[in-house]
Design a protein around this ligand. Sequence first.
Ligand code: CP3
Length: 354
Amino acid sequence: MELKNDRFLRALARQPVDRTPVWMMRQAGRYLPEYREVRGQAGSFMDLCRDTARACEVTLQPLERYPLDAAILFSDILTIPDAMGLGLYFEAGEGPKFHKPVRTPEDVAALTIPDMGRDLDYVMRAVTTIRRELNGRVPLIGFSGSPWTLATYMVEGGSSKDFRHVKSMLYSNPDAMHQLLNVLAQAVTEYLNAQIRAGAQAVQIFDTWGGALSTPAYHEFSLSYMEQIIAGLIKEHDGRPVPVIMFTKNGGQWLEDMARTGATCLGLDWSTELSSARARVGHKVALQGNMDPNVLFASPAAIRAEVGRILDSFGHGPGHVFNLGHGINQFTDPDNVLAFMDALHELSPNYHRQ
Ligand code: CP3
């Protein structure tokens, strides 16, 4: 099917575009009243992920409101550990939790790679349905968590501030940690390939907690597994290359190493300047980012100034996908997102004149 808007894929390939493409991490979610309504009808969050029609509906909601250049599959990174039998649930206000966390070498040894067609078929059904409903409007992004980020939730049993359990496993039993990360890397590779076969036109690996590691530990326990995944991904589907976006939150000091993994694009949080990132790795990879989501709590004038500053920091020419530096906050006023889009559409063509 003909793609009507390929700005996002062109920018990832560092090809010329008429304006800077944009999407937002967590663009489908609780800041939208129409999401809260469907979420209320669906039951639990995982019920919503498993409900193909509703998952498709909420994926498309932000595209109805805003001129976004990509859709992202509505799902969660924790579907893999859930499919491994850990029993994912969400407690109101407390984030994700697992009934059966992975704490011992025996727990690790018992883990197996989920069967994509049996345990995660609902995700692939959502991808196929969203592609059909998008009808070529914009490309669809598939995603997964990085092995390290998934491991933090699996070992801690949920969200964590200090990563006490997962880091004690890493430092006291690195073999068990590697065994866990290996199973996860294989599962993530199969999961992303299944999403690509089902119709995902680009994929993003969310390494939300890579930045919590020391430099050597980041290389050994996070980056190397993402590199392994990228090596195992389908390179081309339906006659097009499948770009891979690697997002390590707080990973700004490791960009050169990330650019050597085969990733097409690096996602940046707001702590790294695009100008310096471009000088360091812009000849190798595209860059995605990096407005602080909290800018969206300011006035339209302040939002516009920050959009302008970020465009200016990347500078003239191709290779930039505009995004937030992390997921949009649930308390964001949807009208302020419109101000963000308006500013981007007005200012960004100036950076793409031949
Ligand atoms: O970007 C999108 O719009 C696509 C959907 C998406 C969700 N989660 C939907 C979601 C994506 C890409 C994710 C990724 C995800 N999930 C990450 C990596 C990205 C990041 O933010 O760093 C992480 C760490 C998770 C784990 C997770 N799932 C958390 C921490 C939460 C929040 C829990 C809470 O109660 O605040 C979730 C649940 C979740 N995933 C929600 C949404 C819209 C909110 C749940 C709800 O509607 O009740």
